[in-house]
Design a protein around this ligand. Sequence first.
Ligand code: NAD
Ligand code: AHE
Ligand code: ZN
Length: 367
Amino acid sequence: MKTRAAIAYKAGTPLAVETVDLEGPRAGEVLVEIKATGVCHTDAFTLSGDDPEGAFPAILGHEGAGIVLEVGAGVTSLKPGDHVIPLYTPECRECDYCLHPKTNLCQSIRETQGQGLMPDGTSRFSIDGTPILHYMGCSTFSNHTVLPEIALAKVRKDADFEKICYIGCGVTTGVGAVVFDAKVEPGSNVVVFGLGGIGLNVIQGARMVGANKIIGIDINNDREAMGRHFGMTDFLNPKDCDVMEAIMDLTNGGADYSFECIGNVTTMRQALECCHKGWGESIIIGVAGAGQEISTRPFQLVTGRVWRGSAFGGARGRTDVPRIVDWYMDGKIDIDSLITHTMPLDDINKAFDLMHKGESIRSVIKY
Ligand code: NAD
Ligand code: AHE
Ligand code: ZN
C-alpha cells in the first residue's frame, strides 16, 4: 500500500513528508493505522546524529497510538479493529529477559530493531524500490506502519488516540521510573533534573506515590508553573543558585531519590551526588550522545549512594501499558495538560522547532 510518512534522509536535516510504499504484514506481524504520535526528545536526538544507533534514511517516531488494520499469519493476540500502542520495548514473555523478574528489557528482537529492520532482517518501507529503515521498531511518523505482534499493547477503545499516544513513551518512562523501577516510598524526598516531557511525568509519578518534597530543576523558568501543577514543591534554576547546596538544605542532607531527565553527563553527576549518603538512589533516564561518559568519585558509591538507569520506566509494555491507560482514564494521571501543541504531519518540523526553543512540552501529530 501507499502511505504518508516523514522521512529522515540524513542527520541534521529537516524531515521530508512524502508518500512511501509499505508492504503488508508477514507472519507474526501486524499492520497498524497510526492515529496520533508524540514527538519525543529521543527522536530529535537520533535526528541530530548523536545516536550511535542512528541509521538513515529512516522513518522516526516511537510514541504512537492507532488501530489494527490487518494481521499476518500466526498472530493470535490481536485482530483488525483493536486499538493499540506500539512498544519500542516489546514483551515476548518468553526470552530470558522477560522471564527475569528484574528487567523489562525484552531482547527477543533487539538486534534487528537496532538496525532499523523487522525481525526477519528486512524493511517493510520503501520508495521507488529503495528500502527506508524502521526506527525503534515503531516508525510512528508514518500514517501506517508494520510491527511485530509482541511490540503492540492492546488498549481500551474509549481512550483518545491523541492523548494516549504519549503513554507510548513519555508518560510511561516518567511515571514508570518512579513506580516500577525506583519504587519510591511515600514520604521520600525526590529531585528531578529536567522538567520536560519526561521530568514532568516523574513529578506526577512522585506525587502519585506520596513523595514528601519534590524538587524540580530546570534552566527554563517557564517550566516552574507546569512543575507545580504536577506536584513539584520547590523549583531551582541552576542559573540563579547553587543547586547542590539548595538541595542539601531543602532535604536535610540529600535526596532519597533523584532522576536525571536531560541527557547531560554533568547533571547526571550532580543527580548522583545530591543523593543522601547511605541510601540515596539516582536514576538516569536521559539519553547521552555517542562518546559521552559519566564519572564520579567511587567514594560516592562506597558511601551508599546507588547509581542506576531506567528504560521505558521499567514497564513491561503489553502488561503495564493497558493499566497506565486505565490510570489516565480514571483521572489518576494527567496527560492533557502536557500536550501543549497538536499539528498535522505536514507540520512535523515545527514540533522539533518548538522543542528546541523550549516552547512545547509535548507536540502531538494528528493524522
Ligand atoms: P525535553 O526536551 O522535553 O526536556 C528536557 C528539559 O531539560 C527541558 O525542560 C530543558 O530546559 C531542560 N534542561 C536542558 N539542559 C539543562 C540543564 N543543563 N540543567 C537543567 N535543565 C536542563 O526532553 P524529554 O522528552 O523530557 O526527554 C528528556 C531525556 O530523556 C532525553 O535525553 C530523552 O532522550 C530521554 N528519554 C529517555 C527515555 C528512557 O527510556 N530512558 C525515554 C524517553 C526519553
Ligand atoms: N540508541 C541509543 C540509546 C537510546 C536509548 O537509550 N533509548 C532508550 C529509550 S529512549 C525513548 O525515548 C531505551 O529504551 N534504551 C534501551 C534500548 O535497548 O535501546 C544508543 O546509545 O545506542
Ligand atoms: Zn521517547
